[in-house]
Design a protein around this ligand. Structure first.
Ligand code: APR
Ligand code: PHB
Length: 394
């Protein structure tokens, strides 16, 4: 059985980037269809980070999906940095003229976006296999895929590949025009989610000779903790007790003393990578989000970068459909990459500052310490860090 569908913008991937793009286009009267490989439940169950820049919060609000984030999200005006047991607060709001970040899980953002798409009759075809874009160098690209035993063809005018790092979108751009920039870090993050009260009302980033540690939260009863582990660490080598013991050893004494432990409800290891694919468009195909770039999570920029891509891409598509303006579409890649590389730099810098690199010499470690000491002693340097952490302007 086969079926042919038609839309203006075919979106590959029902993660936060694809959903937010579809929502914004809908509000601008532009039709889109999302084609997602996994089931909706699978997508919604993914545990990811949860620090939202003001820019993303403003986009969610403008797209009519900001209500729950505003009600349940936790505004954070500062962040804690610890080095070998000494903890220092970075006054994000004080250093940025009052800006803040909102702690609100990416899972919740995804849930809110699915609810909004459903409420507006958005078309999301999940469990779609073998999604393949065709004719992206023409004005009439299309996708083919199979779903529940039916072969589909989706005719469109533009393809937005919001299909993440492992998606088909990036691989559709010919190698002859694509450049890949990558740095793979020799460690990963072992993350635990637990129904325990957070150890601190602010996020703690800790550098310790035993490795990095991060204390974050979702709400007053739900905490998220991470420790740096070698990249090939097997998960079953880290039963909960060992995780909590190791976390305590890496935290400043005052935090370790108040840490409430409990059974993990989610535990996983994520590799750390910095990755950028250039350009972000080829013909009528446009990459957004993890399909084009990955940042190590140390700067909490993954979701926020996906949102800024969607900001630029939606503006360009709306400009095309409203005024026939092709310039913004042509300029999308360069405009988005300008902000992407700044976030890549910041995420790399935070990772270098706060992790233990096995290959580092004693000289490197002294430099890392001096970098930290300079940061703690320099309001100007702290302001630069705060400016990046709360989010650079679009
Ligand atoms: N066909 C259809 N869908 C696909 C395909 C494919 N070939 N490959 C991947 N997908 C889907 C995935 O199943 C996923 O739901 O695309 C979606 C991509 O979503 P994300 O990986 O969440 O990427 P993005 O929407 O760009 O959001 C970026 O997610 O990983 C975090 O840290 C990252 O916070 C950032 C955010
Ligand atoms: C998280 O809450 O999961 C989180 C917070 C800050 C980061 C990364 C992840 O830098």
């Amino acid at each position: 059985m086969s079926e042919t569908l038609k839309t203006q913008v075919a979106i590959i991937g029902g993660g936060p980037a694809g959903l937010l793009l579809s929502q914004i286009l809908h509000l601008a009267g532009i039709d889109s269809v999302i084609v997602e490989r996994q089931s909706r439940d699978y997508v919604m169950a993914r545990i990811r980070a949860g620090v939202l820049e003001q820019g993303l919060v403003d986009m969610l609000t403008a797209a009519g999906v900001g209500e729950r984030a505003a009600a349940e999200g936790l505004p954070h005006h500062g962040v804690q940095l610890a080095f070998e047991g000494e903890m220092h607060r970075i006054d994000l709001s004080g250093l940025t003229g009052g800006k803040q970040v909102l702690v609100y899980g990416q899972t919740e953002v995804t849930r809110d976006l699915y609810a909004a798409r459903d409420a507006m009759g958005g078309v999301i075809l999940d469990e779609a296999a073998d999604v393949t874009p065709y004719d992206i160098e023409t004005d009439t690209p299309y996708l083919t895929f199979t779903r529940h035993g039916t072969d589909y063809r989706l005719d469109c005018q533009f393809v937005a590949a919001c299909d993440g790092y492992h998606g088909v979108g990036r691989r559709t751009i010919p190698e002859r025009v694509q450049r890949i920039f990558e740095k793979v870090y020799p460690f990963g993050w072992l993350g635990v989610l637990s129904r325990t009260p957070p150890v601190h009302e602010e996020i703690i980033y800790a550098n310790h000779s035993r490795g990095f540690a991060l204390c974050s939260l979702r709400n007053p009863q739900l905490s998220r903790y991470y420790i740096q582990v070698p990249v090939d660490t097997p998960l079953d080598a880290w039963p909960d007790d060992r995780f909590w013991e190791e976390l305590k050893r890496r935290l400043p004494a005052e935090a370790a003393a108040t840490l409430v432990t409990g059974p993990s409800i989610e535990k996983s290891i994520a590799p750390l990578r910095s990755f950028v694919a250039e350009p972000l468009s080829h013909g009528r195909l446009f990459l957004a989000g993890d399909a084009a770039h990955i940042v190590p999570p140390t700067g909490a920029k993954g979701l926020n970068l996906a949102a800024s891509d969607v900001n630029y891409l939606s503006e360009a598509l709306i400009g095309y459909y409203r005024n026939g303006d092709e310039a913004a579409l042509t300029g999308y890649s360069e405009r988005a990459l300008n902000r992407i590389w700044k976030a890549e730099r910041f995420s790399w810098w935070m990772t270098k500052l706060m992790h233990q690199f096995p290959e580092d010499s004693e000289f490197d470690r002294r430099i890392q310490r001096a970098e930290f000491d300079f940061l703690i002693g320099s309001p100007a340097y702290q302001a630069a860090m705060a400016e990046n952490y709360v989010g650079l302007p679009y």
